[in-house]
Design a protein around this ligand. Sequence first.
Ligand code: ACO
Length: 337
Amino acid sequence: MKASKIIGVGSYVPDNVFTNFDLEKMMDTSDEWIQQRTGIVERRWVSDDQGTSDLALNASLEAIKSAGIDKNEIDMIVFATLSPDHDFPGSGCFLQAKLDLPEIPAIDLRQQCTGFLYAMSVADKFISSGSHKNVLVVGAEVHSKGLDKTPEGRTVSVLFGDGAGAVIMSACDVEDRTKERCFIDAHLHSDGKFAKELWLPGPGNSFERPVRIDQQMLDEGLHYPQMNGKTVFVHAVKRMAQCLQELCVKHRVSLEDIDLFLFHQANLRINSKVAEVMGIPEEKIFNTIQKYGNTTAATIPLGMNDAVKEGKLKEGMLVASAAFGSGFTWASALYRW
Ligand code: ACO
């Protein structure tokens, strides 16, 4: 049967490191508060001349190199981001131009922190159908340019970092997806009734106003992300555990069979709670939030590349990912590296 497998991975974070102590100077916060509530120690924020597709380009070039393919063998781009270069066209098109890969389809996905798992699943479906062979799957975010860095924005702004990660997913033939090296499956979910628990209202068309953005909107701070942190926390723990469980049951995989858990990194306490609820040993979870903060759609591929470089992710390992984010959206994925 046709399937897909990850044959290359790459990532990129900007050079500028912002520690919690740097943030103390901008907003009324403290290293102690941030570390205790989130686990974050530092994050990377872009320089003025960097946009989302620039970060994605660097991650993609490393992924292409690590896959050992010629870039012209890529026949599709799937780009997950909540912080695109521009409202339209999608960042996939900007990346495509920078990679000089004209004419292949470039799809943008808007599933926030769950974006990369949705993107891998979409790539897997195209490849498994036989229509495409080598798909570049990218998650990239520039959060820092959209955060309220005044004391009013502190609850959200301390959480987010910029970065990008990419994989090349390539066609393969397998007899048994659960036993061979391939992308085994993903379970995708969303529930839009929680959309306004974590969202960016403006610019937008659903306001009773004649324009998408006006001075009043800026004065009200509607162009900054808004979050009900406690609700997000509770739902994240419940949904990540639930969708991991359903994937394991479906494929008759026990949690002990899984070698490494690459979870989304929204908050270290969320991941510890998921581990506790499910009985997963903490050392099997690869966390990166301490050094990158929450990089949304870039988080999981960033983690993959770091895990490979640190020797924690090796060929043949069974890996499970789970993510939760704005939408609400949540997903799990199972793959053999
Ligand atoms: N520094 C210092 N104090 C702060 C800060 C800050 N950065 N932010 C808030 N506080 C204060 C509050 O004002 C409040 O003070 P008060 O008690 O005097 O009123 C106190 O700290 C507690 O605030 P809470 O909001 O109740 O803090 P909580 O314990 O809920 O932690 C947090 C907040 C860390 C955001 C937590 O709710 C959380 O992690 N939620 C999940 C968030 C998340 O995962 N977001 C990303 C989702 S992924 C995506 O799709 C983008």
